[in-house]
Design a binder for this molecule. Structure first.
Ligand SMILES: Cc1cc2nc3c(=O)[nH]c(=O)nc-3n(C[C@H](O)[C@H](O)[C@H](O)COP(=O)(O)OP(=O)(O)OC[C@H]3O[C@@H](n4cnc5c(N)ncnc54)[C@H](O)[C@@H]3O)c2cc1C
Length: 384
């Protein structure tokens, strides 16, 4: 990939820090910390969750939620053939001055047959008394061997891994400045319930590559045109309820086992509904049909969990979510029935209208999770 980039004339400045960006009518000028100056028509801000540009756009606002992750890659797992996407065995527990619900993920590492990566993660309301990464790591070392059924003395620690994933309700982030577009984690396009930002980045890469190319080619580099590349996506906004529901918080009127009960009810229903419902959810794609089916089945099988959801997340979050849920249905309708009507006319539109409509069609498709395809599964079933 690097060779291809070099071959196409790309230049990489390694170990450089951006200290300043100035926007002019015909260019964006980027100043590096070592004093060098680079001029560009469009700056792609891929500086991650802690991008200084994003901090400026969000005016240093506290995130609405945060996911903390600690983990390691260790050698010495004799049983190393299975994976957990999400695992939970204990209820909400006290950590420092706060409370947290721990979730786990584990999978074989590609580096060797006995090597395994394990993560422990938790969703929090960011508050001064929220648990520290150090406190989570202390718990991780104690709990991980129990979770994996191994003795810590038999393991060789190869790597320690940790991460802080701040999340904002108003994501993805529209472009706030002409000639600067957020990309990847900086754009907030990743799901608030997973730390799978790389997966999400690759999911959107195709549409963003084409969109950015068209924006540059036609000089649609004002903030409004660039914002169409990071549009409102109801399926992403609807995921917020799940983060809220899984966040540990002191609540005397909610059972400490509520989160596990909710997860169990949901996953049990999704398993019954099969791959078309379970697979997209596990890959961070929320779709209207599967969501309606899962919620319907949970309500039928476990109606008493509904009042606890109300207590746990609160009425404002539920009302907000209902709006996104309706929009998810609307985007699904638009993408399924209106897109095929508009698409044949695109090439006859003037350049700006064409650019705007293409972005709108993408927003409907991706915002309804309809970019996700289960085709490869049906293909493999046919082969069986
Ligand atoms: C422990 C952990 C586990 C993860 N597991 C998964 C997983 O299983 N699946 C998955 O899909 N994703 C996973 N992720 C998330 C994934 O790593 C990110 O979503 C992905 O790296 C985002 O890429 P990015 O390019 O947007 O940002 P980043 O990878 O964060 O890159 C941002 C870059 O910008 C640079 N930068 C910041 N400020 C400046 C500045 N002022 N000047 C110059 N450069 C700057 C940084 O040094 C960094 O190199 C995990 C992350 C962590 C921490």
């Amino acid at each position: 990939m690097r060779n291809r980039f070099d071959f196409l004339g790309g230049v990489i400045f390694e170990g450089c820090s951006v200290s300043n960006i100035s926007i002019y009518e015909d260019a964006a000028v980027l100043q590096l910390a070592d004093g060098r100056i680079l001029s560009s028509r469009l700056i792609i801000d891929a500086m991650g969750n802690f991008s200084p540009v994003v901090r400026q756009i969000r005016r240093g606002r506290k995130p609405d939620g945060v996911c903390l992750v600690v983990g390691s890659c260790c050698r010495g797992f004799k049983e190393n053939s299975t994976s957990d996407v999400i695992f939970s065995s204990a209820s909400v527990k006290k950590v420092g001055n706060s409370e947290a619900q721990y979730f786990w993920e584990a999978f074989p590492a590609g580096s060797g047959p006995l090597e395994r990566t394990t993560y422990m993660f938790t969703y929090l309301y960011p508050e001064p008394e929220s648990p520290l990464l150090e406190e989570l790591l202390e718990d991780y070392w104690e709990l991980m061997p129990k979770y994996q059924g191994v003795s810590f003395d038999d393991l060789e620690v190869l790597r320690v891994i940790y991460g802080i994933f701040p999340t904002y309700c108003d994501s993805p982030l529209p472009a706030a400045f002409d000639r600067v577009l957020q990309f990847g984690d900086a754009s907030g396009i990743q799901s608030p319930v997973s730390f799978g930002g790389f997966g999400s980045l690759t999911r959107h890469l195709g549409r963003l590559t084409i969109g950015i190319h068209e924006a540059i080619e036609n000089n649609f580099l004002d903030a409004e045109s660039l914002s169409l590349l990071n549009p409102y996506m109801p399926n992403l906004s609807a995921s917020w309820l799940f983060q809220r529901a899984m966040s540990g918080k002191k609540q005397s009127d909610v059972s400490p086992t509520f989160i596990n009960e909710l997860l169990f009810a949901n996953f049990q229903s999704m398993e019954k509904l099969g791959d078309p419902v379970l697979r997209p959810f596990l890959q961070d794609v929320i779709q209207f049909g599967p969501l309606v089916k899962t919620l319907g089945l949970v309500m039928l099988n476990k109606p008493l969990i509904i009042p606890s959801i109300f207590k746990k997340v609160g009425l404002p979050v539920l009302l907000d979510w209902s709006g996104h849920f309706v929009m998810l249905g609307f985007y699904t309708f638009l993408s399924s029935f209106f897109d095929p009507v508009i698409r044949p006319w695109l090439s006859s539109f003037p350049a700006k209208t064409k650019y705007e409509w293409k972005r709108k069609l993408e927003a409907w498709k991706y915002g309804a999770g309809l970019d996700y395809s289960l085709n490869y599964l049906s293909e493999s079933k046919k082969e069986e």
